[in-house]
Write a protein that binds this ligand. Structure first.
Ligand code: ADP
Ligand code: MG
Length: 678
């Protein structure tokens, strides 16, 4: 056989073969490298032996006992149960093994076993049984700490442990320690090979933490190195140096009906400084719902346009694009800026496929279609960035020549996530809401108090305010949900608010219809707008003061916060009613957090804790890397250290950073898809 390398398929290892290799594949293990880096998810501590008589139900325990009887039962469907009677000085118990009939050949009466498992007491006849998870034939020098790996049907723990032990004994030397000595020293990191060994087979449990820390560090370090190098590469290209006409800017600012908040003014200076410098801008603007990001985008666009460039603003929905178009047209009216709208509707009409004549182009994905050519695109703004993938961002950027890029998001991304997702972007944060906003009051409304909520709404409408009623609409049950939303709007119109106008907005409507409904709502022709989550992002109707969220338990916390952000935008006190049937503790925790707080960053942290990073970002968010060992929430501190180390190395010695990344970093990054060096 050819020499085994890290890239060799596990199939060629001792004791593996094609059949077991298939099982490994299910666990994401294909190569020797994967196997070496396939770490246990837990450990059994066999230094704590429980006497049989002292076993407690449910608790994973270890017993040492002698086999006194064996009974193998085969069912017709080739299912097998091996029942083994075990005894120690304190008592006896029956242990069971499922689907491992060969154990009947291996086990003999009189043999002593070390068995890990759980006591189960039948609710039917109170009989006691030991559900064996793992076993070892007793010997006085057995290891005390046993790794527990993720398993798949057909792959048993003992077998897996044996294969991994062999691989480590024979092939661990193939793994090179790739971290520079100085970094290991500075961050007090353990050596790589012993760390790998100890993480698999620790002699004592307290060896695990330092070993794990080293491996987590490596994963984050390689990821951050990739991000950092990508960022450097972008920064190294010459960008556009925009000219600032202060007179025009001042005139624009004084044309607004408000003064910028201190936070807006600060981030605007950060953005402006980068626009006038020759480095290309690649910046994330974060700010909670309603913090006033749009105006910052308009300021940046004005600078770009007055320097002779085009600016593009991309939004995730037609409604939002339309709203931006209207608002920006109005704001820029006396500044000789030609504003155009490009959405799938406008491009179907074939009216403005050519965007040459516009200074500012506002639109949806239609902006990045093939055939849409820009004259001189100098600034790209992407609103609600979390709704787009990395690819779409890149596609718009490619329409210009190193344009400055500003991506905006209202999803307050927790720090750990933003370091991973947006680690290549500089960040500006608007951490303040415009003055005069009163935080929305949020209530849980049980079904029995629904009528009370409607009475409250009636009073608000009489005072001239408007109302959102949000119904869930999820892909899996879209048809049913849509019907429910339609039925709800009819019910509200006929039975609850016959004297007022109830409107309905959902994604299936034609764009013209959507526009009409939004326009009617904006001018107050519609009092109550029943809507699916199409209103989630960006919609700005300051006169809306009440929101009912139906089936609130079906929404994620960040999404609820976004939805609620549609109200409370004027000076009036706004109210949000959560109608929910929250049974699971997780759903209850979500709703409670929403009622207790209006701080988007806090809520995002809670959401992340409750749901974990994958769900938090949703499937759309393809940029989220998957780490083998690291956990971006739990290991945030190591993440920050690794980032500091990686960015420090790049600043110090770019060449060697690049070499390290190319030789080892990509590999250390493993299954991770996050940071290609393109
Ligand atoms: P978001 O950050 O959620 O995109 P918007 O840009 O839509 O928020 O702004 C929300 C509302 O706040 C808009 O009606 C906008 O005109 C208003 N606004 C923005 N900045 C200020 C300010 N400094 N003072 C008062 N109102 C402001
Ligand atoms: Mg916005």
């Amino acid at each position: 056989m050819a020499r085994v390398q890290l890239e060799t398929s596990v199939q060629y290892l001792k004791g593996v073969g094609p059949k077991v290799a298939k099982l490994f594949k299910k666990l994401g293990v294909e190569t020797v490298y994967d196997l070496i880096f396939f770490f246990p998810r837990d450990y059994d501590d066999r230094s704590l032996i429980t006497p049989i008589a002292a076993l407690q139900p449910v608790i994973m325990s270890v017993i040492i006992a002698e086999i006194i009887a064996l009974d193998l039962q085969l069912t017709r469907s080739r299912f097998s149960v091996l029942k083994v009677k075990l005894a120690d000085k304190s008592g006896q118990i029956q242990a069971v093994w499922f689907n491992q009939p060969y154990l009947a050949q291996l086990f003999r009466c009189g043999m002593r076993l070390v068995v890990t498992g759980k006591l189960e007491i039948s609710t039917f006849d109170a009989s006691r049984q030991f559900q064996a998870r793992d076993y070892e034939i007793y010997a006085p020098d057995l290891p005390k700490i046993i790794p527990v790996y993720a398993l798949t049907e057909g792959l048993f723990p003992k077998k897996l442990r044996g294969i991994i032990k062999n691989v480590l004994d024979d092939l661990l030397d193939l793994v090179q320690d790739w971290l520079p000595k100085a970094i290991k020293k500075k961050y007090a990191l353990a050596e790589l090979q012993p760390s790998i060994m100890r993480l698999h087979f620790p002699d004592k449990l307290d060896e695990v933490a330092p070993a794990r820390r080293r491996l987590v560090f490596d994963e984050f370090f390689s990821f951050q190195l990739g991000l950092g190098l990508r960022r450097e590469k972008v920064k190294a290209q010459p960008g556009i140096t925009f000219q600032v006409d202060q007179v025009i800017l001042d005139r624009f600012l004084s044309s607004l009906s408000f003064k910028l908040t201190a936070a807006q003014a600060r981030v605007w200076q950060e953005i402006l400084a980068e626009m006038v410098s020759a480095r290309p801008m690649n910046r994330l603007l974060q700010g909670d719902v309603g913090s006033g990001k749009t105006i910052i985008a308009v300021l940046a666009a004005l600078v770009a346009i007055k320097s002779g460039y085009q600016a593009a603003v991309m939004a995730p929905t037609e409604i939002l694009a339309q709203q931006h178009f209207e608002k920006m047209t109005k704001l820029l009216k006396s500044f000789k800026v030609k504003v155009g709208l490009l959405t799938s509707t406008t491009s179907k009409q074939g009216t403005n496929h050519s965007v040459d004549k516009y200074d500012l182009v506002v639109g949806t994905h239609a902006l990045i279609q093939e055939g849409v050519g820009y004259k001189k695109l100098g600034l790209v703004v992407i609103d609600e960035q979390h709704r787009f993938g990395v690819v779409q961002r890149a596609a718009l950027v490619q329409k210009g020549v190193t344009p400055d890029v500003l991506v905006m998001t209202a999803t307050p991304i927790p720090r750990s996530l933003s370091l991973t997702l947006y680690g290549d972007l500089d960040r500006s944060i608007i951490d303040e809401l415009p003055p005069g906003r009163t935080p929305v009051k949020t209530y849980f409304v049980p079904e029995s108090k629904r009528a009370g909520a409607y009475n409250f709404i009636r009073q608000e409408i009489m005072a001239g305010r408007q109302v959102f009623v949000v119904c869930p609409l999820v892909a899996e049950s879209e048809k049913i949900d849509l019907r429910a939303a339609i039925a709800e709007s009819e019910r509200l119109q006929k039975e609850i608010f016959p004297e007022y106008k109830v409107g309905l907005l959902h994604g299936r409507l034609k764009n013209k219809e959507k526009e009409k409904i939004m326009a009617d709502f904006k001018v107050g022709k519609i009092n109550v707008l029943v809507s699916t989550t199409v209103i989630e992002v960006g919609i700005d109707i300051p006169n809306a003061t009440v929101m009912i969220i139906e089936h609130a338990e079906r929404f994620g916390l960040s999404q609820l916060h976004q939805l609620r952000g549609r109200i409370g935008r004027g000076g009036e006190q706004a109210h949000c009613f959560l109608l929910a049937d929250a049974k699971s503790p997780e759903a209850k925790a979500r709703l409670k957090a929403l009622i207790d707080s209006t701080d988007g960053f806090y809520l995002a942290e809670v959401d992340l804790q409750l749901r974990g990073p994958g769900d938090f970002c949703g499937t759309r968010q393809s940029g989220l890397p998957s780490f083998r060992v690291a956990d971006i929430i739990r290991d945030e501190k190591i993440l920050c250290e690794a980032r500091e180390a990686a960015f420090g190395l790049i600043a110090e010695d770019r060449e060697s950073a690049r070499n390290i990344w190319q030789n080892q970093g990509e590999k250390a990054q493993g299954a991770n898809s996050g940071a290609p060096l393109n």
